[in-house]
Design a protein around this ligand. Sequence first.
Ligand code: NAD
Ligand code: UGA
Length: 462
Amino acid sequence: MNKNIVCIGAGYIGGPTMAVIAKMNPDRKVTVVDINEARIKAWNSKTFALPIYEPGLVDVVKEVRGKNLFFSTDIKKAVQECDIIFVGVNTPTKMFGRGAGRASDLQFWEATAREIKGWAKGEKIIVEKSTLPVKTAAAMDAILNCEDGPQGTVPAKKRFTVLSNPEFLAEGTAINDLMNPDRVLIGGPDTPEGREAVRELTAIYQGAGMKWVPSYKILTTNVWSAELTKLAANAMLAQRVSSVNALAGLCEATGADIDEVARVMGADHRIGPKFLKAGPGFGGSCFKKDVLNLVYLCETFGLHTAAEYWAGVIKMNDHQQERIVSRLFREMFNTLAAKRIAIFGFAFKADTGDTRETPAGTVVRLLAAEHAAISVTDPKALPNAKKDLADLDGIAFEADPYKAAKDADAIVVMTDWKDYLALDWAKIYKSMRKPALVYDTRNCLDARALRALGFKVLNTGK
Ligand code: NAD
Ligand code: UGA
């Protein structure tokens, strides 16, 4: 009999991942649970007004919701009725006590382990889907498998087997990343139960008769390697972005062009062309927290030089947004007070409404500190932008980019939405105060065409 699946955590990772698992395993029941009632309500919305925007997601949810995919707040029932439990709760940076500002805050994770232990009957496979510090599975194992009572003794036969199965999808391309992953990573203990659990999880990714992920792409390791690989992969990607942004500053100082430098560097197959796009710095919920987590792990194990090395990736990233505002300040005659600045794009990247750690948020706050008059526009992220900037007075939020740009002195393009390429830039130019400036931090617009219209144009790394 095929085993039923539950995922605890119905966020950016739990929702899309389980929707695709349900699609590719039509003979399994998949239930996604969360303590956040509003989120579950949105996942169950009759009009499919889902809580997150992700291209293609709504089609998958329409196909499977109510058939073999269910969203619920009844965690107890779901845990009791399933055999395999994915845990995809949030693991933000800890903001208090030991490791504050660097370590992972594991309180949601531990609460989940205790919930599972309280309600589960029989044997279960527990799958770490969240990104976690190395050795978290050992803590999970200790909490789940100790017997109740004063001694907390470990029984002869463990009821719970803990696997690590980190997720590598990127927002904006999540459905394609899930359907055609570069690899699926499964870390499991080298014990008879551990090997059996890895086989069970592998079967899910092979998809019942659906030929989903080919065997050669399912990579198995020990649990600690799996946990560390997830942090390492994000750190390597973040490091590439910081490296290219560090070079962008040098390009601006010397007359070199970062897009040309990146194109030629990337033509070397050992370097490769991806993740070499200079811009406003990386955002998103994970790169910063995962690199900081790596820094903390290095410090914990006394590897201080390695910790400093990874901390430099974050330092460089923060510097990138400072640099954008400093350059704008210089180019706008050393005062931004009362200047009207339109922020085009608030999402941390295109094709998502997610604004967690978005560089646009930092830039808006730095501009607000200079008393600039700011309007923000974004095709998908305005609701999140309003929440993020609720503590700032006087920010205008405009769904229509033409209205956001009206009477502005400058437009700062922070997200490379395709929509911005198709705008009538002549009309925008006419509606702005002169001299009209476009700072395209993503290098996504046609700078030559904008200059021909009369704009002064600034780019990253040029
Ligand atoms: P999220 O905040 O969008 O979702 C987490 C959900 O867990 C929330 O809805 C929250 O209410 C729920 N939750 C917290 N505690 C709970 C509990 N005790 N019981 C039930 N539900 C609970 O976060 P996310 O972006 O989905 O990230 C989740 C994890 O996945 C993180 O560790 C992250 O690093 C990792 N990850 C995220 C992505 C991504 O693209 N966002 C990609 C790879 C890995
Ligand atoms: C990233 C990883 O790519 C995923 O593999 C991982 O699963 C995920 O983090 C996670 O653990 O959450 P994500 O943050 O969704 O995915 O998006 P990316 O495409 O990686 O972009 C991250 C940031 O880097 C964005 O702000 C993006 O604009 C920026 N970036 C990316 C650049 O500035 N230049 C580039 O060349 C690439």
